[in-house]
Design a protein around this ligand. Structure first.
Ligand SMILES: C[S@@+](CC[C@H](N)C(=O)[O-])C[C@H]1O[C@@H](n2cnc3c(N)ncnc32)[C@H](O)[C@@H]1O
Length: 287
């Protein structure tokens, strides 16, 4: 047990059996009350998010936190913001974006139209990165981008497409590493301290709420990008998400994951081939 600004947070460090029970009850309550199912999320990141959320609310025990969250939808939203881990950025994995530009888009260019799903898109930076690459390759007009997340707050920020200018300037180097053809600054306009991504990039994007735990598959995607989401899931939930992705991909479609993610828990992993060494980009080759 450790104390933080006078508040003893009982779940910091390794949990006791009682805390495990409290966490389980909390997750069951959230599921019954709000329909969000976190029971198959990996415990350590979930516990870290919970510690931050409890500290923010100023509650000492998971049970007290449960009481608050079940009676206050705004508290639930704050929990989602903490536990969903919304860290993101533009061209966050430049090698992956470069591989998409060089290995995926030449093939998509041969199709009259194509569909891309970006799952767990957080505040949208990754989606705009892909849209920029599509625009530079002359494919934006004939590509439909579907960007989804469970967190409506994140989607609201994503829809705006406006980010702090200082942060945008820091993405310039990753943009170049990802094979950028111009300057990232050419893709946004500056107002005061904000950078607003060009409206043209928005035109092909549909933002939607979708939960990888409980919602069904979409159809016929030529590429699915789901980065830095599955690391927060236990094996069983990763399996479910992979099944969803596999069913949503066309034959020959591409599956892109985060740097630290792989097809380890994908039941259909033998049906994919890795496109480029060292990059989590795979192609569905057998079905
Ligand atoms: C760490 S962010 C990753 C953002 C982005 N993909 C990237 O790599 O920069 C994880 C995102 O996954 C979302 N997420 C968590 N659980 C989810 C679920 N069950 N279904 C859909 N999205 C989920 C969170 O809301 C959060 O926005």
């Amino acid at each position: 047990m450790r104390s933080s600004s006078g508040t003893a947070l009982q779940i910091e460090g390794t949990g006791t059996e009682l805390e495990e029970i409290e966490i389980r009850l909390l997750l069951e309550g959230i599921r019954l009350c709000y329909g969000y199912d976190f029971r198959e999320y990996a415990l350590s990141p979930l516990r870290r998010g919970l510690v931050s959320a409890m500290s923010r609310e100023g509650v000492r025990t998971v049970s007290a936190y449960q009481d608050r969250i079940l009676h206050d939808a705004a508290c639930m939203q704050r929990f989602l913001n903490m536990v969903g881990v919304n860290v993101t950025g533009m061209f966050r994995d430049p090698e992956l974006i470069r591989a998409i530009r060089e290995d995926v888009l030449p093939l998509l260019r041969t199709y009259p139209s194509s569909r891309i799903w970006i799952a767990g898109c957080a505040t949208g930076e990754e989606v705009y990165s892909v849209a920029i690459v599509l625009e530079e390759e002359g494919l934006l007009d004939r590509t439909s981008l579907y960007a989804t997340d469970i967190n409506e707050d994140m989607l609201a920020v994503a829809r705006l497409g406006t980010y702090p200018l200082e942060r945008m300037r820091r993405y310039e180097e990753s943009y170049e590493l990802a094979g950028g053809r111009r300057s990232l600054a050419g893709h946004y306009t500056v107002t005061g301290r904000s950078a607003r991504l060009n409206r043209r990039l928005q035109s092909s994007i549909t933002w939607a709420h979708h939960n990888l735990v409980s919602d069904g598959s979409f159809n016929d995607f030529h590429m699915i990008l789901c980065a830095n989401v599955l690391i927060y899931f236990r094996a069983s939930l990763q399996e479910r998400a992979h099944r969803l992705f596999y069913d949503s991909l066309v034959r020959g479609g591409f599956m892109a994951l985060g740097k630290r993610e792989s097809l380890l828990y994908c039941p259909d992993r033998d049906h994919y081939e890795q496109v480029r060494d060292g990059v989590s980009l795979y192609r569905k080759m057998r079905w």
